[in-house]
Design a protein around this ligand. Sequence first.
Ligand SMILES: [Zn+2]
Ligand SMILES: [Zn+2]
Length: 346
Amino acid sequence: MVKYLKGSLHNHTTCSDGQASPEEAAKIYKSLGYDFIIYTDHDTNFPVEEYIKEPMEDFTYISGAEFGFRFKNHFNNNADVHLCGIGYVGDYIPPRESSFAYETISQIIREYYRLGAIPQVNHPNWGGSRRGYSFNYTELLNVNYPYLLEIVNYSDGGHNEGNEAFESVEYIWDVLLSNGKTVYGTMTDDTHIYFGKKPWIENSFSDIVDQWANDAREILRKGHTPGNGFVMVKVDTDNNLKDNILSSLRCGDFYASNGLYADFYEVRDKYIKIKVKPQNGENNRIIFKGRMGLPLKIVDGDEAVYEFTGSPDEQYIRVKAINGAGKCALFQPVFNDGRNKLLINK
Ligand SMILES: [Zn+2]
Ligand SMILES: [Zn+2]
């Protein structure tokens, strides 16, 4: 039976700089309707069995880590590069500094693959006006491995949308895809802050401001809280969910979302068909994007079909669904140029 599982790909706990213990983090995510969590503490070996003594039923715990290094970017700033290894268990010690970011990114990706983990390149726009942004396609175009890329990282430093000087991460994704790279997009919480007055229960700022007058502004600005960005992963069984989740992530059988859900999504040889769940009376818009993010078709409504025409702009096609309340779902690119579709060390 095919179904989608809701999961959080990038989370910190007391094993590094997160507020909640691994068990508490899982309980909070389960209470928010999630089916699985990936633990990605900084520079940590985190075999799940060692940390989770009483696993909850109907919830999947997956090991992982976030490793990173520094390099001098185009602005001669110290820029941070972080990569999550999803499913990682091991004793890897990456370089702390690098002269050539793309080489070190490739080295970490190779190491993750060697250990059976799935690499995710995190928050390329990390930083801000003071330090400059960290890195972009300039470095990533030299990385010849497939990987996941955080299109949206809900933290204080993600700068996902870019600004007048820096492109959005979604644009960086399209540049990579247009250059033949196999990159699947994610949305993550990069959770560090779990406690306080549970800001994640209500998304509306005014609802929580009374309860949390002093901290709310600061913490909402900063993000890093549960329940903002997630993935919906397609599985076809109730058994061995951990392996099934990892294998679907590897195949691109998932979408990234901050609150918009698919009722139906089907890719066939000649078409892509999608139905998006209506929410709170908000209108949905479905956009089919091709090479360099070019909109190939825009449909206002809950359902749409895109029939392939064979145009060169269909080098890849990906679906983006948005609604009037700012909710968004990003589906993975369908490749029409015969490139590798799997996140494996090819
Ligand atoms: Zn990071
Ligand atoms: Zn992180």
